[in-house]
Write a protein that binds this ligand. Structure first.
Ligand code: GLY
Ligand code: MN
Ligand code: MN
Length: 467
């Protein structure tokens, strides 16, 4: 490097201000007084060590450190932060370019001191931690702490208390987190608009996926999860994109952007490949949309999210009875989980740095203390069972699906034989899957739909596609 070359710089990401980071660290120290170690994690090899999957830092680390460092550890005590990481090697500079030294990074993230990783065991004995996401980092955690570190749901003692403390802090977002989520939401809205516009001239799912992800990548952002862009909407998390688009198909797109500092959006829309919903698609879409709208309308502090889920189930059951697909009293049908034949998942989940926020902690974040998952068919995939609080962000994503594994399962079929009009259901064969998903912030008195700029109404979607 010539004497006049600028030194290595940090990646320009909109990380929270040091003031925000210090507030987050102080909040943790207020509720958890023991020392804490957080690992950022390492990139995982795709096939050999030099060829890795894109690195994504651990979300708990990102929340308190604000910068996506790789192979770094922070020690937090009394609101003060110490950074442990190695300086870049000459080989790393050769292959990856010059990168900032430890001291410069420490200054950037507001750490009061910085040391090489090898110094870590000197301070680590009594610290609590949260299990990192990749195997090599998990091994490092075990060797540094001299004990086995397990996933939060199985953790005991201080590690368990730390997971509970972090989950409580991350449950309701601060202004900086919300600003990031608004940014992720705005880009995601544009991605979905691009997907709708691209569909009439697209030949395969992959064409629409490319049009959507292009919008996200062009913002130097990534996707928050593997995009779902599929004409097989009944496959809930379908990650294949090879199917040809046919005019009678519905295309289900569940695509969300992630900001450079790690905050997610999570939107699903379902639109007709031809640009016009068929009558059968229209009828079922209207039911899912009614459930979606009614659930969002109910969101405010104090409301139990489980009740929102049951409201979605009730509206789905009512609509399916009206259409002649289900038989009986809607309330009784929900009690018998008949709606779950077509709506087998929960109505949504927490959203934040993770698309299913803090699911690495099992149900510690999603379920209020003392509550446990039900094993009922209609409730077992409910990921959130808490009273809503201001500045939680949740998704609302009811759906209708014809899943062969459910509808052709002999046990389910005999259990629900008389409650379903199977002949009538056959008239809706051009609806494999519909999901409508938005991201909703709980406000002090009600709610704000972060993704409201993307239409849900049939006429608006058709206009967007054809206009
Ligand atoms: N994108 C995954 C989900 O909606 O849960
Ligand atoms: Mn979701
Ligand atoms: Mn989604």
């Amino acid at each position: 490097m010539s004497p006049s070359s600028p030194g290595p710089t940090l990646i320009p990401i909109a990380s929270p201000s040091l003031e925000v980071l210090k507030q987050r660290r102080q909040r943790l120290s207020d509720v958890f007084t023991d020392p804490v170690l957080l690992w950022s994690g390492n990139a995982s090899a795709r096939n050999f060590p030099a060829n890795v999957y894109p690195f994504r830092a651990n979300s708990h680390f990102l929340y308190f450190v604000g910068y996506p460092l790789q192979n770094a550890v922070v020690y937090l005590e009394g609101g003060r932060l110490t950074l442990y990481m190695d300086n870049p090697s000459a080989a790393s500079a050769l292959w990856h370019g010059p990168e900032p030294e430890r001291e410069a990074i420490a200054h950037h993230i507001g750490a009061s001191a910085a040391f090489p990783l090898a110094d870590l065991p000197l301070r680590a004995q009594d610290a609590a931690t949260v299990l990192a996401q990749d195997g090599p980092t998990q091994q490092h955690q075990g060797s540094v702490l001299g004990r086995s570190v397990v996933a939060a749901p199985q953790a005991e003692g201080l590690d368990r208390e730390l997971a509970i403390a972090i989950s409580q802090i991350r449950l309701c977002h601060d202004a900086a987190g919300l600003e990031e989520m608004r940014h992720a939401a705005a880009v995601t809205v544009k991605a979905h608009q691009a997907g709708m516009r691209a569909t009439p001239t697209a030949s395969h799912e992959s064409d629409v996926r490319a049009a959507m992800e292009r919008v996200i990548l062009a913002q130097n952002m990534t996707t928050a999860y593997s995009s779902i862009v599929t004409v097989q909407g009944e496959v809930l998390h379908n990650n294949h994109y090879h199917h040809r688009l046919s005019p009678g198909d519905l295309l289900l797109a569940d695509v969300g952007a992630e900001t450079a500092s790690g905050w997610a959006a999570d939107i699903t829309r379902t639109w007709p490949v031809s640009g016009t919903f068929s009558p059968s698609q229209r009828s079922l879409y209207a039911i899912v949309l009614a459930a979606h709208d009614a659930c969002i309308a109910e969101i405010k502090p104090g409301v139990e999210y489980r009740e929102i889920h049951l409201l979605a189930a009730q509206i789905m059951a009512e609509g399916l009875v009206d259409l002649g697909i289900l038989r009986g009293n809607p309330m009784d049908l929900v009690e018998q989980d008949a709606h779950a034949l077509f709506f087998p998942h929960g109505v949504g989940h927490l959203l934040g740095l993770d698309v299913h926020d803090m699911e690495d902690l099992g149900d510690m974040a999603g379920y209020a203390p003392g509550r446990q998952r039900s094993d009922r068919f209609g409730l077992s995939y409910l990921r959130l069972d808490r009273p809503l609080q201001p500045n939680m962000v949740v998704t609302i994503e009811p759906g209708f699906y014809q899943v062969p594994g459910i509808l052709q399962n002999p046990d389910w079929r005999s259990r629900y034989q008389t409650l379903v009009n199977w002949d009538r259901l056959a008239e809706f064969a051009d609806v494999r899957g519909i999901r409508i998903e938005d991201d909703v912030r709980v406000t002090e008195t009600g709610h704000e739909v972060l993704t409201a700029a993307l239409p849900t109404a049939i006429a608006d979607i058709e206009a967007l596609m054809n206009g």
